[in-house]
Design a protein. Structure first.
Length: 214
């Protein structure tokens, strides 16, 4: 069953609180996006400003240039999963190990031009691989469904790894994304822009997981 995870991408603590309150009614798993203004072209809130309801499963997507500088702060807030981008210049293996030793699942995200085989050493070790089809630091992008070809390439490297998707998912393509074998579909603007986000969330969950439709 594919999980729908609303995303939070904000630049202030006040906006973050508003998003949490809005999503608290219905969300179970949420992705918080953090960008440092270097790896991604925008700067958001940082780890020290992140909190969440105790019942949430919270993933933190780190769009940062130097992951090692953030690891201690992340271990302190203890999300369920932390995702760093494979394309950073640092060797991520020590960071992945430190997260996992601290009881936090570790993941990598791969950008559109990135071939999974180029980072097989990471994919073999992580708990989650996110196929990133969007624009770094922005919501409302177009979902490049050609990126779904990466699902089987990732599975060939690590059969057990959880696979996520981020970028352009909405009601008219979420079934195709889920059917390709994606486990977690992160959704921003399709929920953020809705007048009734709870109803849209419910429709996305139902559409992603429909079966037996001719």
């Amino acid at each position: 069953m594919a999980v729908i995870a609303p995303t939070i991408l904000v630049e202030s603590a006040e906006a973050y609180k508003e998003k949490v309150v809005r999503l608290h009614e219905f969300a179970e798993r949420v992705q918080v996006d953090i960008a440092d203004g270097e790896f991604a072209p925008v700067k958001t809130i940082d780890e020290s400003q992140v909190w969440w309801p105790t019942e949430w499963q919270t993933d933190v997507h780190m769009m940062v240039k130097e992951p090692s500088k953030h690891i201690d702060a992340l271990l302190k807030i203890k999300p369920s999963l932390v995702i760093f981008h494979a394309e950073v210049e640092e060797d991520l293996l020590p960071t992945i190990k430190k997260l996992q030793d601290g009881g936090i699942k570790a993941g990598i995200a791969i950008l559109k031009p990135t071939f999974p085989a180029n980072y097989s050493n990471y994919i073999e070790q992580v708990d989650h691989v996110m196929i990133f089809s969007g624009d770094l630091g922005h919501q409302g992008g177009h979902a490049s469904l050609l990126q779904l070809e990466k699902v089987h390439l990732i599975r060939n490297i690590n059969q057990a790894v959880e696979i996520g998707w981020d970028g352009g998912a909405r009601i008219d393509n979420v079934f195709n994304i889920a059917s390709a074998g994606v486990d977690v579909i992160n959704i921003g603007s399709a929920i953020d822009g809705a007048s009734d986000p709870a109803a849209v969330y419910k429709a996305l969950v139902e559409t992603a997981n429909k079966r037996g439709v001719v």
